[in-house]
Ligand binder design. Sequence first.
Ligand code: 5RP
Length: 239
Amino acid sequence: MTSIDSAVLKRAAGARALDFIADGMKLGLGSGSTSEAFHELLAVRVRGGLNIVGVPTSERVAQLARSLGIPLAKLDDTAPLDLTVDGADEADRDLNAIKGGGAALLREKIVASSSRKMIIIADGSKLVDRLGRFPLPIEVVEFGHKTTAARITRAIAALGYANVPLTLRSKDGAPLKTDSGNLLYDAGFGAIADAAKLDAALSSVTGVVEHGLFVAIASTLVIARPNGVEIIERSTSAG
Ligand code: 5RP
C-alpha cells in the first residue's frame, strides 16, 4: 500500500465516523494521522454550523484543532463525554486494541474512559487476529525507570512471556518525554495470549503510569479497505 492509498483509507474511515456525530455532542479528539484526517473533516462540519466541543488527547491535537476552528474544552469541565473517535496501532475483532504509537496513550485512555462510546478508526492493515506484533507502549515515570522496567519484565514473565524486549523510546537522540513528562518503553510481545490478563498485570506494576492496551474500552471499529468500510460493533449479548 502506498502512502497515498493509506491516506485515502484513513480519510474514508474518518468520513464514516462522521455519521456517528450529532449536534451538541461533547467529543474526545484522538491523536495520530487517522484521527487528524477525521478532525479535518469534522472541522468542515463545524464551519457548516455543527455545534460540538472537543477534548484533545495530546498537545499536538489541541494545536491542530485550534488551527481548524474546532471549539475545545477541558475534560474536567465536560466529562462524561458523548463519544471519542481515535485511531489505533492494532485492533482485533473483540475490539481490544494497542495504542500509543504516537506517544499519546495516557491522555487517550483517560479521555476514552471518560466517554460513553469510543470509536476506533483505522485502515484494514490495523485489524489483526491477535494483538502484539506492534510493540506495546508502556508509560513509566522517569524516576527509577530502569528498575520499573525490570519489574515489568518479572511481571510479564510470571504470565509466561519470556525474553520480551523492552526498548526505551527515544527521539532526536534523547529519551522521548510524553505530554505528561513520562518515559515510554515499547514491549515486543510478538503475540499477546490474553489481553485482559496482561492489562491487569501491567497496571499493577509500581512505576507504570499506563500502557497502550485498550481492553473493553472501544465500542465500535471503523475499518476502511479499498473495497469499502466495515463497521464492527461490540457484542452486547450476555455470556
Ligand atoms: C497515538 C495513537 C494513534 O492513534 C496510533 O498510533 C495510530 O496512529 P495512526 O493513525 O497515525 O496510524 O495511539 O498515541
